[in-house]
Design a protein around this ligand. Structure first.
Ligand code: KE4
Length: 425
């Protein structure tokens, strides 16, 4: 196989930026990306035959580690029956049963093919169900590349959105209100000014696309109360956190019930997947039952369903969550100790198998604080880590993931390498 460098040169002639998703291009950390040729357990083998301990886990899906035998066997069994039917298949019912059982707020669920499709559809459903047009989102929360959600805070009292990407008409952005996360007053004010036109709030309950930020005590419950008061829908985007921080996601940990939940990643076992679900009364507004159109050629694809069902079944059988949290705590606290001793300002927010590294004197409570952290220090640490066999997410505004395939050996190695790196900053 060609080297990563040669592959990247080739890719650059054929694929925009040489990648099929921007974060993979290493623009935030410099240098050129490695290409992976094989992944197994918590290790990646690059096109240059370098072995890395993987703390990205395919951005979330690989909670069991890569190439898990039960997922591989399930996919090969499904493969022997065909790759795609374009008709309903039994595995879609099996998947829906599991999601409804694991996520208490979900009475009905619709499968799709990516987290973006899930959030785009959830927003359309909220608008169709309420007959209202405005959506509230929060700075720093990423919900995929949906036109109406690629919006950043604008100026003005209601902080109406401005496009956060070329190609998005102002008119689209104006239907999106962008507020700071963890600011209850801002939400109250928006609803007081435009409550009758707000279809809902969409948020990552634990924002993990601007580093990892955790809600202030009571914040999520306040969002629930405000939505109830104004008959708006609360949409939890759990594409990342669903089945990751707990079997039932953040809503299980925080005991807050959203009206719609978007899901993805883990329920595809590494294959393309998305899903959104909620109360039957809301979900029945979806075609062909109701007036909100949503569709997908490969939605409920048998291979993706087989992989996702296998992943959920192994998670349920083995319950790795306590051990994942214990490893996450050990890594976070170990790095903190090194940073304090070295006089390096470092915050390591962690929940379960998710953690991030903010180079900051004080804890990070929202996106505005996250972007003020010392990203140059992250960049240096990323480089040091990669040179010593540790693959961190290639951006200070992403989140590290652990898998059930990680063990004490990998955590010890990470503490050793990242500790060296922090001391050298
Ligand atoms: P996809 O369309 O990429 O499957 O999912 C979009 C999405 C929606 N909601 C949340 C909370 C998400 O984290 C994502 C996608 N996550 C990023 C990682 N931060 C995917 C990585 C990438 O863009 O390549």
């Amino acid at each position: 196989m060609d080297s990563s460098k040669k592959l990247f040169e080739e890719a650059g002639k054929l694929i925009p930026g040489g990648v099929n998703s921007p974060v993979r291009a290493f623009r935030s950390v410099g240098g050129t990306p490695f290409f992976t040729k094989r992944a197994s357990g918590c290790h990646l083998t690059t096109a240059d035959d370098t072995e890395l301990i993987d703390f990205v886990c395919a951005w979330g899906p690989a909670i069991l580690g890569h190439d898990h035998p039960e997922i591989r066997n399930a996919v090969s069994t499904a493969l022997s029956e065909g790759t795609s039917f374009g008709t309903p298949g039994a595995r879609e019912v099996d998947m829906a049963k599991r999601i409804v059982r694991l996520v208490a707020s979900v009475e009905k669920v619709r499968m799709c093919n990516s987290g973006t499709e899930a959030t785009m559809s959830a927003v359309r459903l909220a608008r169709g169900y309420t007959g209202r047009s405005k959506i509230i989102k929060f700075s720093g929360c990423y919900h995929g590349h949906v036109d109406s959600l690629l919006v950043k805070a604008g100026s003005g009292a209601l902080t109406f959105g401005n496009p956060d990407s070329a190609g998005i008409p102002d008119a689209f952005a104006l239907e999106t209100i962008v507020l700071p996360y963890n600011d209850e007053e801002a939400v109250h004010n928006s609803f007081e000014e435009a409550g009758e036109d707000i279809a809902g709030i969409i948020l990552e309950p634990y924002p993990a696309n601007c580093g990892l930020i955790l809600p202030n005590p009571g914040y999520l419950k306040t969002l629930r109360t405000i939505c109830d008061k104004y008959d708006a829908l609360l949409i939890f985007d759990e594409v990342m956190t669903g089945f990751r921080v707990a079997p039932g996601g953040v809503q299980e940990l925080e005991e807050v019930t959203p009206d719609i939940t978007t899901m993805g990643k883990i329920i595809g076992g590494g294959l393309p997947v998305g899903a959104f679900g909620g109360k039957a009364e809301v979900m029945n507004h979806l075609a062909p039952e109701g007036p909100v159109y949503q569709a997908g050629t490969l939605s409920g694809n048998p291979l993706a369903m087989a992989a996702g069902i296998a992943a959920l079944d192994v998670l349920e059988k083995e319950n790795p969550y306590p051990r994942l949290d214990q490893m996450g705590r050990r890594l976070a606290s170990g790095l903190n100790e090194v940073a304090v001793a070295a006089g390096i300002p470092l915050q390591t927010p962690q929940v379960g198998s998710m953690l991030c590294l903010f180079f900051s004197q004080s804890p990070i409570n929202n996106y505005e604080q996250a972007i003020a952290t010392e990203t140059a220090l992250f960049k240096s640490l990323f480089r040091h880590a990669l040179e010593h066999g540790i693959y961190l997410p290639p951006s200070p505004f992403e989140t590290c993931f652990l898998s059930a395939a990680h063990g004490d050996e990998e955590i010890n190695r990470a503490l050793e390498v990242l500790g060296e790196g922090i001391r050298s900053l």
